[in-house]
Write a protein that binds this ligand. Structure first.
Ligand code: SF4
Length: 63
C-alpha cells in the first residue's frame, strides 16, 4: 500500500497524525508530513484511519 498527501489541500487539522502517529507527523506548520510512502502491512490500519479522518480529503491511498 502506498500513501500520498496533497500539500496544497492539507490545511493542518492534524487529524491524521493524532490518529496515526506512526504513519503521519506534523511539519513545522502543523501540516501533514508522511513518515513513509510505502506502508507495511502492520501500519495499514493506521494509514487508512488517517486517510478516512482527514476533513480535506488530502490523503490518498493506492494499492
Ligand atoms: S488531517 Fe488532513 S488536513 Fe489535517 S493535517 Fe492531516 S492531511 Fe492535513
Amino acid at each position: 500500500m502506498r500513501i500520498a498527501v496533497d500539500e496544497a489541500t492539507c490545511v493542518g487539522h492534524g487529524r491524521c497524525y493524532a490518529l496515526a502517529p506512526d504513519v503521519y507527523a506534523p511539519d513545522d506548520r502543523g501540516h501533514c508530513e508522511l513518515l513513509m510512502t510505502d506502508v507495511p502491512p502492520e501500519l495499514e490500519a493506521q494509514a487508512r484511519a488517517g486517510e478516512a479522518n482527514c476533513p480535506e480529503r488530502a490523503i490518498s491511498i493506492s494499492p
